[in-house]
Design a binder for this molecule. Structure first.
Ligand code: 5RP
Length: 234
């Protein structure tokens, strides 16, 4: 039986099959896509691939820089060829919950600018219904108590300020994260996303709907690529 770390590595490296010479590549954030980024660094070094990366967080930027991956900011280019990123949950419709690492806002900006998005995951990230993983919501530092009150009107369980009041987790954008414990109740993610982003003070919500084109999923038995039939890679 392989441990989760081994599965992350298999998924992360396997996703590089989608990487082609000359691409502008969105580089996601997290412990699974870290293996993708390490492999891209190797490809640039050993296979002389010409790749430019668009990092989705300061953490990823630092990693990519340490590997000498050339980088560009998203606002310096209009379009990204492909983004590879991790996820905290995915369902049968290729909808995702992201933001466990707190980078959801930039991850979504880069994913939206991408011609396609491939997600790397181990099989523990698959769920029938989204929501067991607390939904990350990035909020303006000055507005979180108000936003928390408004979301508590329709979130069935508790909402926690990540890091707590005394030591809140601060995002790369200077915001904070509310983790909303919806439980496995998110059957209409588009509606929930629209409802949450409308609240004054919300920067972004970690629901990624209609963005993921394929999932490279490692389980104990094998690596499976799930291709979204209505996606851009089918
Ligand atoms: C960061 C993310 C990550 O992609 C997500 O949390 C998955 O991370 P990991 O691969 O470490 O489980 O959304 O904001």
């Amino acid at each position: 039986m392989k441990d989760v770390e081994a599965l992350k590595k298999i998924a992360g490296v396997s996703a590089c099959d989608y990487v082609q010479d000359g691409m502008i590549l969105g580089l996601g954030t997290g412990s699974t896509v870290r293996y993708t980024i390490l492999e891209i660094g190797r490809k640039i070094r050993e296979e002389k691939l010409d790749i430019i990366g668009v990092p989705t967080s300061l953490q990823t930027k630092k990693l990519a820089e340490s590997l000498h991956i050339p980088l560009i900011k998203i606002d310096e280019i209009g379009t990204v060829d492909l983004t590879i990123d991790g996820t905290d949950e995915f369902d049968d419709s290729f909808n995702l919950i992201k933001g466990g690492g707190g980078a959801l806002t930039r991850e979504k900006i880069v994913a939206k600018a991408s011609k396609s998005m491939v997600v790397v995951a181990d099989s523990t990230k698959y769920v029938k219904t989204l929501g067991s993983f607390p939904l990350p919501i990035e909020v303006d530092l000055e507005k979180w108590t108000d936003v928390e009150k408004k979301i508590s009107n329709f979130c069935p369980n508790d909402i926690k300020l990540r890091g707590g009041k005394n030591n809140p987790f601060i995002t790369d954008n200077g915001g904070v994260i509310l983790d909303a414990h919806f439980g496995p109740t998110i059957i209409k993610p588009t509606e929930l996303e629209e409802r949450i982003v409308k609240i004054n003070g919300v920067v972004e919500v970690g629901l990624f709907v209609g963005m993921c084109d394929a999932i490279v999923m490692a389980s104990n038995e094998e690596v499976t690529t799930l291709t979204n039939p209505s996606g851009r890679l089918s």
